[in-house]
Design a binder for this molecule. Structure first.
Ligand code: NAP
Length: 259
């Protein structure tokens, strides 16, 4: 299926690896030119070159911390005219409610709520002017179904979700579509570090922790970055024009709910 976005330009944040890379790759496969971003230059350049070679699209790579104002300005200087924005950043660390201080919340809110909001504020005006735009925020299943040890993530991402619910309806009349994409457990470095946390807490091996977590999912396996990216590409496509302010959950059926 042709998504009808060949020749568009997208900023995909935090995209040298994992889910961000999956989204970037699926967009590149649709002929979308890219601005990629991550903090570490080596893996970022490697990903950029792989996507140029495989899909023949234009790829600019900006090494910067997207959660800092300086990093965002560096990225936005290259990405001011994009048609598509995919927001993403590393997730907050796991922990215990009784240990989190104000500073921990400020850090999580800065990274996982205020950073995507700042990016939207910067890029939506141009999309509105053009009468076409797509935004996909990578959030988490924790928005619908809390993960107790990820209370910092649960809190910050819920704030972003509330913002998107209203803002998506304000920009919809201008052909600009904003939605959130919610990963459950996916096979990435982030999942491995969470497996390690479970292994440490339960005194089991990482392999046992991973098998235990996979077995808890109706699919019996972790999701893949490829599947995740394909859904993202659809949400950035011409066909997503009637999908406004939705929270699309890709969790292998983990959340037990009828609707
Ligand atoms: P990942 O495999 O660890 O990849 C993270 C990517 O983001 C890397 O390219 C990393 O590169 C980049 N990055 C991290 N912090 C950044 C920053 N401040 N500025 C710019 N780039 C940054 O993680 P993932 O599994 O794809 O997860 C992506 C998001 O989905 C996270 O917020 C995570 O919490 C959330 N999530 C993931 C899962 C899962 O099972 N994988 C489930 C629920 C939610 P550098 O380190 O070089 O910057």
């Amino acid at each position: 299926m042709d998504m009808g976005i060949s020749g568009k330009r997208a900023l995909v944040c935090a995209s040298s690896k994992g889910l961000g890379r999956g989204c970037a790759e699926a967009l590149a496969a649709e002929g979308v030119n890219l601005v990629l971003n991550a903090r570490t230059e080596g893996p970022l350049e490697k990903t950029a070159q792989e996507l140029r070679d495989k899909y023949g699209v234009d790829v600019v790579a900006i090494a910067a911390d997207i959660t800092s104002e300086e990093g965002r300005n560096k990225v936005l200087a290259e990405a001011a005219d994009v048609d598509i924005l995919v927001t993403n950043a590393g997730g907050p660390p796991p922990g215990m409610w009784s240990d989190w201080e104000r500073e921990d919340f400020i850090k999580a809110i800065d990274a996982n709520m205020l950073t995507p909001i700042a990016l939207m504020k910067a890029l939506l005006p141009k999309m509105i002017e053009k009468g076409w735009g797509r935004v996909v925020n990578i959030t988490s299943q924790s928005v619908k179904s809390p993960i107790a040890v990820l209370g910092l993530s649960n809190s910050a991402r819920a704030g972003l979700t509330g913002y998107v619910a209203g803002t998506s309806r304000q920009v919809a009349p201008h052909g600009v579509v904003i939605n959130n994409l919610l990963p459950g457990i996916h096979a990435t470095d982030r999942a491995e570090s969470l497996d390690q946390g479970v292994a440490d807490a339960q005194g089991i091996s990482v392999e046992e922790a991973s098998a235990q977590r996979a077995a808890s999912l109706p699919t019996g396996r972790y999701g893949t970055a490829e599947e995740f990216g394909a859904t993202c590409a659809f949400m950035c496509s011409q066909y997503a024009g009637n999908m406004i302010g939705q929270n699309v959950l890709l969790d292998g059926g983990a959340m037990n709910s009828t609707m």
